[in-house]
Design a protein around this ligand. Structure first.
Ligand SMILES: [Zn+2]
Length: 138
C-alpha cells in the first residue's frame, strides 16, 4: 500500500483563489464588488462584529454567483480594512443551512497611503501635512 493521503493546504488555497478569481472577474461580479464594498465598510465602521449575512441583508437579492462575496471580503481583509475574528455566528440564511459563519470586525488602521504618491502616512490629521496635500492641495 503505497498510496498516501496528503493534505496539501497550499494546493487547496490555490484552487480556491483560482475559483474566486474566475467568479470575480466578470462584469457582474465587478458590479457586485462596487455595491458590496461600501456596505461592508459601513458595517466595519459600526465597530460591531458582523457576518456576510448582515451584508446580504442590506444588499438585498442577488441573482449572480454568491461566492463573489468571499472575494470582496478577502480583498478588503488584504487591504487591512476588516479582519476575521475567532468567533462565528450561525447563519440565518436558508441557503446556508444554519452553518457557522465567520464574524468579522472593522479595523482602525494606524496608517494609510497617499492616494497620489503611495507614501505610508499616519491615519490621523498629521497626514494633511504630507507634501501631496500641502503642495497640491489634495
Ligand atoms: Zn504623497
Amino acid at each position: 500500500m503505497t498510496e498516501q493521503w496528503s493534505f496539501d493546504f497550499d494546493e487547496g488555497k490555490r484552487n480556491r483563489d483560482h475559483a474566486l478569481q474566475a467568479v470575480s472577474s466578470t462584469d457582474k461580479a465587478q458590479d457586485f464588488d462596487d455595491r458590496a464594498t461600501p456596505v461592508i465598510l459601513h458595517l466595519a465602521r459600526t465597530g460591531e462584529p458582523f457576518t456576510t449575512d448582515d451584508v446580504w441583508r442590506i444588499l438585498g437579492p442577488y441573482d449572480g454567483e454568491r461566492r463573489v462575496m468571499g472575494s470582496t471580503m478577502r480583498r478588503l481583509a488584504t487591504k487591512g480594512l476588516i479582519q476575521k475574528t475567532m468567533s462565528t455566528r450561525k447563519s440565518s440564511m436558508p441557503a446556508c443551512h444554519a452553518r457557522d459563519k465567520a464574524l468579522w470586525v472593522g479595523t482602525s488602521p494606524t496608517t494609510t497611503s497617499c492616494a497620489k504618491c503611495g507614501a505610508t502616512l499616519p491615519n490621523d490629521d498629521r497626514r494633511f501635512r504630507h507634501k501631496c496635500w500641502t503642495e497640491q492641495g489634495l
